[in-house]
Design a protein around this ligand. Sequence first.
Ligand SMILES: C[S@@+](CC[C@H](N)C(=O)[O-])C[C@H]1O[C@@H](n2cnc3c(N)ncnc32)[C@H](O)[C@@H]1O
Length: 227
Amino acid sequence: MDDDAPDEAFTDLRTRHLGGWGVVQIAAGTGLAVYAMWVGVLQPGFRRVPLKLQVPYIPASKAQVKNVMTLMRGRTGDLVDLGSGDGRIVLEAYQHGFSPAVGYELNPWLVRLARFHAWRAGCHGKVSYRQEDLWKVDLSKCKNVTVFLAPSVLSLLQKKLQVELPDDALVVAGRFPFPDWSPCRIEGQGVDRAWAYSMQAQRQHTSQKNGNLRPTVNDSDYKLVQE
Ligand SMILES: C[S@@+](CC[C@H](N)C(=O)[O-])C[C@H]1O[C@@H](n2cnc3c(N)ncnc32)[C@H](O)[C@@H]1O
């Protein structure tokens, strides 16, 4: 038997140049792997969501979660995270006394991951992660709402929240502020920053501006995603 054979093979590999075809094969393989990852892991649940409303999964940083919770200090009762990702905000909210703490998330893998994190933290059955489209959730009884979504969807979400939430609701947005609302408090710096909005103050501000007209959301505004 030739003991040197593996060494020779490695030396051969190291010295052999890839060439144009090799580079094409590696690029194609990488592209395919990224596509498979997108379709199989990140995209499920979003097939019926219009492209302009699709928001990718980016988990909140630890500082961001802390800032969101600081702005929620003094609040009690329920909390809803719209687009809950791996569930970290919901879990933290429950650990800060919010109950029921509920996350709405379209991606089934993230819903599973969130449930796993809750189980690992000893909170199985205490928090709730629902695989639902946030645009279809009825928010009329929610007192505390958190969001970390792309700026491109925040103006539409603003309308939905303003139509549905009760006056005593508080909304906290992480990383990106709502484009037309005035925050009552801001916490943190840079990408970890969070903004708090009192619904009542927001409504007063809007009605003064629009002569007591309540905003309406047309069906066409978020005609989405019907199954
Ligand atoms: C930027 S991540 C934020 C995740 C989490 N809230 C956090 O702070 O770590 C946005 C999340 O919203 C989810 N999402 C986007 N559009 C959604 C929709 N229409 N319904 C439910 N979830 C949605 C995405 O899958 C993604 O996990």
